[in-house]
Design a binder for this molecule. Structure first.
Ligand code: BTN
Length: 264
C-alpha cells in the first residue's frame, strides 16, 4: 500500500518537520537527500521512498527496501555544530524510532551506534551521511530504514532481520508510526541544538543492552581489542574499559557490528 503523506501530517504534532517529498520508487533516499542543493535544502525536509532499488547500509552494504512494506526515509538537517557532534544525530534517530516502537507495545534494544534489535534481529538501521564545504557542514542526512510490515525476508536476511508485523502478529499503520517518530525526532533535535547532550546519552544507555558487557572490537587493521562497554561519550563515542583498566573511545565512523563484536 502506498504511504499516505496526508495521514502522516494529520498525526504529527511538531513545528519542525513540515515538508515531505514522496517517491514511489527511488534508488536511495539518502542519495537523493545528499544531492539536494544545500542552499535550497530546507532543514527538516523528509524524503521518503515507497521502495528503494539501491538502498544503502553502512560499509557499502545493501539495504533491502521492498515496496510498500517498510519505512525508508531520510531527514535533512543543517546543524550549526562541530563535525564531532554528527554521530549524535544517528543516536537521536535511533532513540526516536525506539520510542515510537515502544508506543506500539514492542520493547527493542539499541545497539551502538545505529541498530535497533528485537531478540538480536534487526528491525531498524540508520545511516547518517553529510556534505561539507571546507570546515563547514552543509547538510547532514539521517537515513532511517524500518522493517514494518514484511511477513517474510529473503533467505540471506532470514536469520538476522525481523519486522514489527512479525513481532506483533498484526499489520502496523505506517503513517501513525512515522508521525510519532518524526515528533520524537523533532523533540530530540531541540535537545541536541540546546547542547543538552547528556539527556540523549542517558536515555541511550538506559535502552542499550551492551552496557557492562564484554565485547571484542576489531579495528580496520584487523586488530582485536577486548573490553567492557562502560559508557557512551557526549559525542556519541563508545567507551570501553580495557583489561588494564584504561579507557578507550571508539568513533562510529565506518563501524560494522556483529553480535558482540565490532569491526572498524
Ligand atoms: C545499516 O543498518 O547499515 C543502515 C541502514 C540504513 C537504511 C536507510 S533506508 C533509508 C535511507 N536510505 C538509504 O539508502 N539507506 C537509509
Amino acid at each position: 500500500m502506498k504511504l499516505d503523506i496526508r495521514g502522516v501530517k494529520e498525526h504529527m504534532n511538531n513545528d519542525f518537520i513540515t515538508n515531505f517529498q514522496y517517491f514511489d520508487s527511488v534508488t536511495s533516499t539518502n542519495e537523493l537527500a545528499l544531492n539536494v542543493d544545500s542552499d535550497k535544502a530546507l532543514e527538516g525536509l523528509v524524503i521518503i521512498g515507497g521502495e528503494q532499488t539501491k538502498g544503502r547500509g553502512r560499509l557499502q552494504r545493501n539495504w533491502h527496501s521492498p515496496k510498500g512494506l517498510g519505512l525508508w526515509f531520510s531527514i535533512i538537517l543543517k546543524p550549526k555544530k562541530d563535525f564531532d557532534r554528527i554521530p549524535l544525530l544517528t543516536l537521536i534517530g535511533a532513540l526516536s524510532v525506539h520510542k515510537a516502537i515502544e508506543n506500539i507495545g514492542i520493547n527493542t534494544d539499541l545497539k551502538w551506534p545505529n541498530d535497533i534489535l528485537y531478540n538480536n534481529k534487526k528491525v531498524c538501521g540508520i545511516l547518517s551521511q553529510f556534505r561539507s564545504s571546507g570546515n563547514k557542514i552543509k547538510q547532514v542526512v539521517v537515513g532511517i530504514g524500518i522493517n514494518v510490515n514484511q511477513n517474510k525476508f529473503p533467505e540471506d536476511l532470514k536469520g538476522t532481520s525481523t519486522s514489527l508485523r512479525i513481532i506483533k502478529g498484526s499489520e502496523i499503520k505506517r503513517e501513525n508510526l512515522l508521525a510519532d517518530i518524526l515528533d520524537h525526532f523533532s523533540n530530540y533535535y531541540q535537545i541536541y541544538k540546546s547542547g543538552n547532550y547528556n539527556q540523549i546519552i542517558d536515555r541511550w544507555k538506559s535502552k542499550m543492552s551492551m552496557l557492562n558487557q564484554k565485547i571484542t572490537v576489531k579495528t580496520s587493521t584487523g586488530k582485536k581489542i577486548k573490553g567492557k562497554v562502560v559508557d557512551i561519550s557526549n559525542k556519541g563515542q563508545l567507551i570501553l574499559e580495557l583489561p588494564d583498566n584504561s579507557h578507550r573511545k571508539f568513533i562510529a565512523g565506518d563501524v560494522s557490528i556483529d553480535k558482540n563484536s565490532i569491526t572498524f
